[in-house]
Design a protein around this ligand. Structure first.
Ligand SMILES: *Cc1c(COP(=O)(O)O)cnc(C)c1O
Length: 393
C-alpha cells in the first residue's frame, strides 16, 4: 500500500485544476497584457483567479498579488515593507518568531546582516506558540514590521494572530502573516485576523507548484522586489504564470467550497492515527499544542528512536512522512522549531510529522499505524538505550 502522509510538504492537485490549466495552455495561451483577443481571453482567466483567491481570504481582488509561490510572497512582504518604511520613516527594526519558515527567517536575517536592520526573534513556548506579551515587550518606536506565521509547518501550532496583529498596530508596526499552512485547513479571513499582509501558496492547497499570492491591504505600500514590465500593479513585474495562476484560482475555489468538510474528515483521520499510535506505543508523545493545532497535523516523538531511521523504514513500506520540514530533512540538522520549543534531545531526534489530506482514507491510516507500531518496536529492540517494555511509563 502507498500512503502519502506529507501534505504539509506539498499536495496532490485537484483534477479540475488540471483541466483549467490545460485549457489555458492549449487554448487561452495569450499574454494577458496584450490588447488583442488572445490577450483579452487570457486576462479573463487572470481576473477570475484573482477573485477566487480573494474570496478564499475574504479580501478584495485588487488586494491580491500573484507571485511564484509562498517563498516569493514572504520575501516581497518582508523586503518590500522593510525597505519602504526605512526610506520613508527611518524605521529599521523588524520582529519575527523563532519558529518561522525559512522563507521568513532567512529574509529577516538578510535584512539584519546586510541591510542595517535591527532584528528581534521572539521565543515560543513549549507548544511552539508566540505569547502576545513577548511581542508587546519587543515593540519599539522604530519597529517597521512584525512577521509571525499563522500555523507552524512542522508542529501545526496555531498562533493568536488577531491578538498579535492588534498589539503590533498599537505600536504603529505593519503586520505580515505567513498563512501558507493554515489556508484551507482553518478559517483564514484577513478581516477577522486583522493583518496587513498575508502569504499563501497554491501547492499547499491542492493547486500547482510555483505560484502563490500576497494579500496586501490597500493602505499599505510596499517597495517592489522585481522590476520590469509593471505587471501586478507594478508590485511584481514579469509575464504572469497564467496556467499556474488559473490552476491556483480553481484550487482556491474548491478549497473555499470544501474546507469545512475536508478539514473535518482530515481531523478524524488524524485523531484515529493519534489514538492508534499514542495509545499503543509507550513513551510516545504529541508535539505542538494539543488543541490549538491544524486539524491534519500529527507531530510525534518516540523515545529511543531516531526520526530519520523510522522515516526510512516507513518509506520502505510505502508510507511517506517527514522528519523535520521538507526543506531541512536530508540534512541531519535538528529542527529549529523543535529546538526553539525546548524539546529534550531524545524527543527532538525522534520527531516525525504526519500530515493527512486529499486522497487519504481510513484503511490507509490503519495500515500506517500498524507499520509505525511495528517499526518503532523493531528500532527500539535494536537500541542499546532502550530498557524494554514495562520498565518505564
Ligand atoms: C511551504 C511553505 C512556504 C513556502 O511556500 P512555497 O510556495 O513552497 O515557496 C512558506 N511558508 C510556509 C509556512 C510553508 O509551509
Amino acid at each position: 500500500m502507498k500512503v502519502y502522509l506529507d501534505h504539509a510538504a506539498t499536495t496532490p492537485v485537484f483534477p479540475q485544476v488540471v483541466e483549467v490549466m490545460n485549457q489555458v495552455m492549449l487554448e487561452h495561451f495569450g499574454n494577458p497584457s496584450s490588447m488583442h483577443q488572445f490577450g483579452q481571453d487570457a486576462k479573463v482567466y487572470l481576473d477570475t483567479a484573482r477573485s477566487q483567491v480573494a474570496d478564499l481570504l475574504q479580501a478584495k481582488p485588487e488586494e491580491i498579488y500573484f507571485t511564484s509561490g509562498g517563498t516569493e510572497a514572504d520575501n516581497l512582504a518582508i523586503f518590500g515593507c522593510a525597505v519602504q518604511r526605512a526610506e520613508q520613516e527611518k524605521k529599521r527594526h523588524i520582529i519575527t518568531s523563532a519558529v518561522e519558515h525559512h522563507a521568513v527567517l532567512e529574509a529577516c536575517e538578510e535584512l539584519a546582516k546586510h541591510q542595517g536592520f535591527a532584528l528581534t526573534v521572539l521565543p515560543v513556548d513549549g507548544y511552539g506558540m508566540v505569547a502576545p506579551e513577548s511581542l508587546a515587550a519587543a515593540l519599539r518606536p522604530d519597529t517597521a514590521l512584525v512577521t509571525i506565521m499563522h500555523a507552524n509547518n512542522e508542529v501545526g501550532t496555531i498562533n493568536p494572530i488577531r491578538e498579535l496583529a492588534a498589539i503590533a498596530h498599537e505600536a504603529g508596526a505593519v503586520f505580515h502573516c505567513d498563512a501558507v499552512q493554515s489556508v484551507g485547513k482553518i478559517p483564514c479571513d484577513v478581516q477577522e485576523l486583522g493583518v496587513d499582509l498575508l502569504t499563501c501558496s497554491s501547492h499547499k492547497i491542492n493547486g500547482p507548484k510555483g505560484v502563490g499570492a500576497l494579500y496586501k491591504k490597500a493602505e499599505i505600500s510596499l517597495y517592489p522586489r522585481l522590476f520590469g514590465g509593471g505587471q501586478e500593479s507594478k508590485l511584481r513585474s514579469g509575464t504572469e504564470n497564467l496556467p499556474g495562476i488559473a490552476g491556483f484560482g480553481q484550487a482556491a475555489e474548491l478549497t473555499r467550497l470544501n474546507r469545512r468538510r475536508h478539514s473535518e474528515e482530515w481531523r478524524q483521520l488524524r485523531d484515529y492515527l493519534l489514538q492508534q499510535v499514542l495509545g499503543e506505543i509507550s513513551e510516545s508523545r504529541l508535539n505542538g499544542h494539543p488543541t490549538q493545532r491544524l486539524p491534519h497535523n500529527a507531530h510525534l516523538s518516540f523515545n529511543y528512536i531516531e526520526g530519520e531511521a523510522l522515516l526510512v523504514y516507513l518509506n520502505m513500506n510505502g508510507i511517506a512522512c517527514s522528519a523535520g520540514s521538507a526543506c531541512s530533512s536530508g540534512l541531519a540538522e535538528p529542527s529549529h522549531v523543535l529546538t526553539a520549543m525546548g524539546l529534550n534531545p531524545q524527543m527532538l531526534a525522534s520527531g516525525i510529522r504526519f500530515t493527512v489530506g486529499l486522497g487519504v482514507d481510513l484503511p490507509q491510516i490503519a495500515y500506517a499505524a500498524d507499520v509505525i507500531r511495528d517499526k518503532v518496536a523493531l528500532l527500539r529492540s535494536m537500541s542499546p538505550f532502550y530498557p524494554g517494555e514495562g520498565t518505564q511509563g
